[in-house]
Design a protein around this ligand. Structure first.
Ligand SMILES: *[C@@H]1O[C@H](CO)[C@@H](O)[C@H](O)[C@H]1NC(C)=O
Ligand SMILES: *[C@@H]1O[C@H](CO)[C@@H](O)[C@H](O)[C@H]1NC(C)=O
Ligand SMILES: *[C@@H]1O[C@H](CO)[C@@H](O)[C@H](O)[C@H]1NC(C)=O
Ligand SMILES: *[C@@H]1O[C@H](CO)[C@@H](O)[C@H](O)[C@H]1NC(C)=O
Ligand SMILES: *[C@@H]1O[C@H](CO)[C@@H](O)[C@H](O)[C@H]1NC(C)=O
Ligand SMILES: *[C@@H]1O[C@H](CO)[C@@H](O)[C@H](O)[C@H]1NC(C)=O
Length: 320
């Protein structure tokens, strides 16, 4: 364990006729159950013991430990101070008081607590959708810290996992920033793991256009994909590129084809293709002659399967 250096005093107050208090004062990282001792007569001898070993007898130091010294205030206080407390100091300390009549002792049990420290956490990762992912988060501390996980977006609900968080068949909505938190009675420590989930493109929206000759026509294609897709535009089977009158604008997951000055020959069928290393998808869009009155906001005429394709054309031709 790596422990912060802090010091602690175990007080013993020797008040004639009043209860003598044995107590622990320190930073909040330590906890001790204090006990009481009563001194009802003149004190002749006092000593401090660690378990059964004498540390101090009166003013004589028996312990060789340089971290230990006495704090006394007149006749009344006879306190033990331990500097740079570590976990090995945990245990019972006894203030032994010899009065005229009989010896009395007062004990303090010292519990040393250590704040959690996450010493190992998974690196940020990128995986393909459907993979099994295990995130790890290992922490030290006293008492043993409890480990909890959350996916910070969107809901930040707690997830079911401790040191190891298993995600079977990860989905795209499980991508994001994972928070691992280690907590005990003292404090908590937090670390984060970023998880990127790759998936193939889906063209989720297309916008066809109805444009007069001589006007500017635009066709738009929106896809979702990780990593960001590459786009290509086709006129029938011919690949289109930026050239006189044609401008292809791509920003993130949106691609726009701009035809600066529409002519009769431009009317017809266009294809938007979105691709990343996990897959390809294409969709058909149309540049219509005005008056054909079609719904130009197509919902992705995707040629994934023949049935989809047919359904799509049926929609286009029968205006559903
Ligand atoms: C108390 O005793 C334990 C066990 O002998 C030792 O490891 C520790 O350093 C001692 N602490 C003090 C403050 O004397
Ligand atoms: C993912 O884990 C499940 C359940 O343990 C297992 O059936 C499946 O084969 C694993 N998939 C991969 C790709 O390892
Ligand atoms: C569009 O093209 C036609 C025919 O080439 C031309 O007459 C017209 O000026 C052009 N319009 C624009 C806005 O460039
Ligand atoms: C539009 O073009 C695509 C790709 O070339 C083709 O598969 C589809 O059949 C065409 N649709 C129409 C209605 O011409
Ligand atoms: C569109 O997808 C279909 C089916 O996957 C494929 O046959 C066709 O070649 C694709 N069109 C283009 C222009 O990539
Ligand atoms: C297409 O969608 C746009 C905005 O998404 C809307 O303003 C427009 O009215 C729609 N056109 C048709 C024909 O539905």
């Amino acid at each position: 364990f790596l422990l912060p250096p802090f010091s602690l005093s175990v007080h013993c107050l020797l008040l004639s006729g009043v209860p003598a208090v044995c107590d622990v004062s320190s930073e909040s990282l330590l906890f001790a159950r204090s006990s009481w001792c009563y001194v009802d007569d003149k004190v002749s001898r006092v000593a401090w013991l660690n378990r059964s070993n004498i540390i101090f007898a009166g003013q004589d130091k028996w312990s060789l430990d340089p971290r230990v010294d006495l704090v006394t205030k007149g006749q009344l206080e006879y306190s033990l101070r331990i500097q740079k407390v570590d976990v090995y100091d945990e245990g019972s300390y006894t203030c032994s008081i010899q009065t005229k009549q009989q010896p009395k002792t007062s004990q303090v049990y010292l519990i040393v607590q250590v704040p959690p420290n996450i010493y190992k956490v998974s690196e940020d990762i990128t995986v393909n959708e459907g993979s099994n992912v295990t995130l790890s988060c290992l922490a030290s501390g006293r008492p043993d810290p409890a480990i909890t996980w959350r996916l910070l977006n969107p809901s930040a609900d707690p997830l079911d996992g401790e040191e190891y968080l298993d995600i079977i068949g990860i989905m795209r909505n499980q991508a994001g920033r994972y928070e691992c938190k280690a907590s005990n009675d003292v404090k908590s420590d937090v670390k984060y793991v970023n998880v990127v989930v790759n998936y193939p493109p889906t063209i989720k929206k297309t916008q066809s256009s109805e444009t007069q000759v001589g006007r500017m026509g635009t066709l738009q294609c929106d896809a979702t994909a990780v990593p960001t897709p590459e786009f290509e535009w086709y006129r029938d089977d011919k690949r289109l590129s930026n050239s006189q009158g044609i401008n292809i604008q791509i920003s993130g997951t949106t691609a726009i084809l701009v035809i600066a000055n529409v002519t009769e020959e431009d009317y017809g069928n266009y294809t938007c293709v979105a691709a990343n290393r996990l897959g390809v998808q294409n969709a058909s869009l149309f540049l219509y002659r005005p008056g054909t009155g079609r719904d130009i906001n197509g919902s992705a005429c995707v040629s994934q399967s023949l049935w989809l394709l047919l359904a799509c054309f049926a929609c286009l031709f029968f205006k559903c």
